[in-house]
Design a protein around this ligand. Structure first.
Ligand SMILES: *Cc1c(COP(=O)(O)O)cnc(C)c1O
Length: 369
């Protein structure tokens, strides 16, 4: 097969996205699913992801612009802007685009009321409750009053309740206690006559008590584990992205030679070192000294030295003499999980996927080759 002409690229597998959504439905059988496709579907491309996730009951995004982009791509399902809105000008666009709003402060209700025109489409609202995240939302004891006030406000359609977990991904006792305290804080509200949504990916996978009426998975749809202590395969998820770069140089370096900036790496012996055409401007984390895994021709090896803006160096010792300039380096995907790269970089897969560089072309692949 002729090599593609890209220096670095991301292969997106829509079938994996659909399978991960099916997995979410199996795990939360009674719940509807709001698929979170913010940040350009965690770097996968919002239009491609929304098409692959066409079975979603709704989509969640972070900004009005992202919501309108889904509408422009032909998405007709409900779309909610999870971080809410703050300006009166945004309301007309939300109404026009049939975009649902998250309301987390009183001022937003005033904006909605002021913008309510007669005989216009009503805006559906998710009333956000802060059950312990300490970020956006009303205190639990304010929720009932706010629910009634929103329902009495002109221009507002359905009102549903939501909250968000701060530590549902944690495997230790402190994290579990924290999630239990959030569930306790929210429990009195479960009796309020409204639909409820609590769970992100981690809670969907680990906290069945939180499933309620709607779940809101993000990262699991893309085939990454939300947990540091469980792999994607353990969670039954299939990676939807394979991030690759071309090997553009194969060098034989002498014992003691430096590699890259610093130089933060010195060759411990005479050794072959490859240069892959991908750097931190493409979204690969700027690992300084710690190595991270990569795979070449199915063989796992590691980065050496600091990652540069446009390139990174790899240890070719495990590859013997079969490796050639032009070979494909898998940075993350089916052989090297994005979770392992995130762990090496001291971050989470959400960060790496959503920070994939704008200059990296996304190519949509089909599984049957
Ligand atoms: C991003 C987000 C999610 C999805 O979180 P994951 O950890 O990716 O599953 C769910 N709910 C809200 C409010 C969010 O902002």
């Amino acid at each position: 097969m002729a090599a593609n002409p890209h220096r670095a690229w991301a292969e997106i597998n829509p079938a994996a996205l659909s399978r991960n959504l099916a997995r979410a439905r199996v795990l939360a059988p009674g719940a509807r699913v709001m698929c979170v496709v913010k940040a350009d579907a965690y770097g996968h491309g919002a239009a491609v992801a929304a098409a692959a996730l066409a079975d979603a009951d709704a989509f969640g995004v972070a900004s009005l612009e992202e919501a309108l982009a889904l509408r422009a791509a032909g998405v007709t399902a409900p779309v909610a802007v999870l971080s809410g809105f703050f300006a009166p000008q945004q309301v007309a666009a939300m109404r026009e685009g049939r975009i649902d709003a998250v309301v987390h402060n009183r001022r937003q209700r005033e904006i909605l009321r002021a913008a309510a025109g007669r005989r216009q489409a009503r805006i559906h609202v998710w009333l956000k409750v802060d059950s312990g995240m300490g970020r956006l939302g009303f205190a639990p004891d304010e929720a009932e009053g706010e629910l009634h006030r929103l329902r009495a406000t002109a221009g507002i359609g359905e009102v549903r309740l939501m909250t968000h977990f701060a530590a549902a991904d944690g495997g230790d006792a402190a994290a579990r206690d924290f999630t239990e305290s959030q569930l306790r804080a929210y429990r009195p509200l479960r009796g309020l006559p409204a639909e409820h949504s609590l769970a992100n990916s981690a809670a969907l996978l680990a906290w069945p008590d939180s499933h309620a009426d709607w779940v809101r998975p993000g990262v699991m749809l893309y085939g990454a584990s939300p947990f540091a202590h469980r792999t994607a395969a353990d969670c039954g998820l299939a990676p939807a992205m394979r991030f690759c770069a071309r090997l553009v140089a194969v060098r034989m370096l002498r014992k003691g030679a430096g590699v890259g900036y610093g130089p933060l790496y010195r060759c411990p012996e005479d050794m072959p070192v490859g240069v892959a055409a991908c750097g931190y401007a493409d979204g690969y984390p700027r690992l300084a000294a710690a190595p991270s895994k990569v795979a070449i021709n199915g063989i796992v090896t590691a980065t050496v030295g600091a990652v540069s803006m446009d390139s990174l160096s790899v240890d070719l010792r495990p590859l013997a003499s079969t490796v050639r300039v032009g070979d494909e380096v898998e940075l993350w995907g089916g052989t090297v999980g994005v979770n392992s790269v995130a762990a090496a970089a001291g971050t989470i897969p959400h960060h790496l996927l959503s920070a994939l560089g704008a200059r990296v072309p996304r190519t949509v692949i089909s599984e049957v080759q």
